[in-house]
Write a protein that binds this ligand. Structure first.
Ligand code: HEC
Length: 134
C-alpha cells in the first residue's frame, strides 16, 4: 500500500468513527426523559420584586425566542399573556410544564437545565404575565 492510500483509509475510518459518535450522542439526546417536577408549597413562596426580576431575565434569555419578549406568543408557541392556558394556569400547572415540558414535547422540559430557584422565578413571572384571575 502506498502512503496516499493509507492516508485515505485513515481519513475514512476517522470519518466513520466521528459519524457514529455523533449518531450515538443524537440518540442519547433525543431519549432524554423529563424529570418529574417536585411539589412546591406555593403558599410559602412570596412573589418578590427580586424573584420577578430574575424570572424576567430568565424568560428573556431562554423563552422569548418562542413565546416572544412580552410573552404574547408567536407561530412557534402560544401566548402566555391571555387567559387561555392549554395546560392550566395555576402556579403548579405552569411550574410542571416548565419543568417537564409540554406533554407533546413541542416545548422541552427545563428541569434538568435550570436551578429550581430559577424555575420557580420563571413560574412567578409567567403567573404575573397572564390575565387569569388571581
Ligand atoms: C422551542 C420553543 C419554546 C421555548 C424555547 C419555550 N417554549 Fe414554552 N411552549 C412552547 C410550545 C410549542 C408550547 C405549547 C405546547 C403544547 O402544545 O402543549 C409551550 C407551552 C408553554 C406553556 C403552557 C402554556 C399553556 O397554554 O398551557 C408555558 C407555561 C410555557 N410554555 C412556558 C415557557 C417558559 C417559561 C419557557 C422558558 C424557560 C418556555 N416556555 C420556552 C414552545 C417553547
Amino acid at each position: 500500500m502506498n502512503t496516499t492510500k493509507v492516508k485515505a483509509y485513515g481519513l475514512f475510518i476517522v470519518g466513520l468513527v466521528s459519524l457514529s459518535l455523533t449518531f450515538v450522542l443524537f440518540l442519547k439526546e433525543s431519549k432524554e426523559v423529563p424529570v418529574k417536577a417536585p411539589t412546591i408549597d406555593w403558599e410559602s413562596i412570596e412573589t418578590t420584586y427580586t424573584r420577578l426580576e430574575n424570572g424576567a431575565l430568565q424568560f428573556k434569555i431562554r423563552c422569548s425566542k418562542c413565546h416572544s419578549l412580552d410573552g404574547s406568543g408567536s407561530s412557534a408557541a402560544p401566548s402566555l399573556t391571555d387567559t387561555a392556558f392549554i395546560h392550566g394556569s395555576s402556579k403548579s400547572a405552569i411550574f410542571t410544564i416548565i419543568h417537564q415540558g409540554s406533554p407533546n414535547m413541542r416545548m422541552r422540559g427545563w428541569g434538568t437545565k435550570l436551578l429550581e430557584k430559577d424555575l420557580i422565578d420563571l413560574t412567578l413571572y409567567v403567573d404575573a404575565l397572564n390575565k387569569n384571575e388571581k
